[in-house]
Design a protein around this ligand. Structure first.
Ligand code: AMP
Length: 194
């Protein structure tokens, strides 16, 4: 089953991805993690993207699409995967749709983790990751609203969007997530997922 996690910075995508990929036994494809690893290993991609991550700007679509494409070609992604932090623009979403269509494995669903903005800022300030400076946080929100939020409509029109209230405690959020993915799995099994 191929799933996308969609949500603003601080919505809990990382925490819930770890739980959900364990539950579904599928790999976790976090583009943020992939890019941070590339930077740490000082690969050509890593050297190119470092300044984007530092400033909270999105890495250009062609770069990220190539990074994800390479990862998707690994055999462990064949049965499915959870995309976390990707797609983040309409261009990325369209590229993903095309690529998955060519593989014959379209998205089963897109899960939107919904949290009010005040709560998000508080969470991010407490997290203390390297790119969690107030200015970077502000830029990441702006980028989310301008470039990523339109994906809610894109996937809504395709009847793929499932919104989960992610403002409660992680255990409660995960319970709701399981309800959504169990239903998606059931629909797939009964063949009416289209
Ligand atoms: P994340 O860990 O998902 O919050 O991502 C951290 C940073 O990596 C973002 O602020 C962007 O600079 C970059 N990044 C991660 N995923 C993407 C993506 N799909 N498109 C563009 N930039 C990305």
């Amino acid at each position: 089953m191929r799933l996308v996690f969609l949500g603003p910075p601080g919505a809990g995508k990382g925490t819930q991805s770890a739980r959900l990929t364990g539950y579904l036994s599928i790999p976790h494809l976090s583009t943020g993690d992939m890019l941070r690893k590339a930077i740490e290993e000082q690969t050509p991609v890593g050297r190119m993207v470092a300044e984007y991550l530092d400033s909270g700007r999105l890495v250009p679509d062609p770069v990220i699409i190539q990074v994800v494409g390479n990862r998707l070609r690994q055999p462990d992604c064949k049965p499915g995967c959870l995309f976390d932090g990707f797609p983040r623009t309409l261009g990325q979403a369209q590229a993903l749709d095309e690529y998955l269509a060519s593989l014959g494995t379209p998205l089963a669903g897109v899960i939107h983790l919904d949290v009010p903005e005040e709560k998000l800022v508080k969470r991010l300030m407490q997290r203390g990751r390297g790119d969690d400076h107030p200015e970077t946080i502000r830029r990441r929100f702006e980028q989310y609203k301008a470039l990523t939020a339109p994906l809610l409509e894109y996937y809504g029109q395709r009847k793929l969007l499932h919104t989960v209230d992610a403002s409660s405690l992680p255990d409660e959020v995960f319970k709701q997530l399981k309800v959504v993915v169990d239903r998606l799995a059931q629909e797939r099994a009964s063949g009416d997922a289209s």
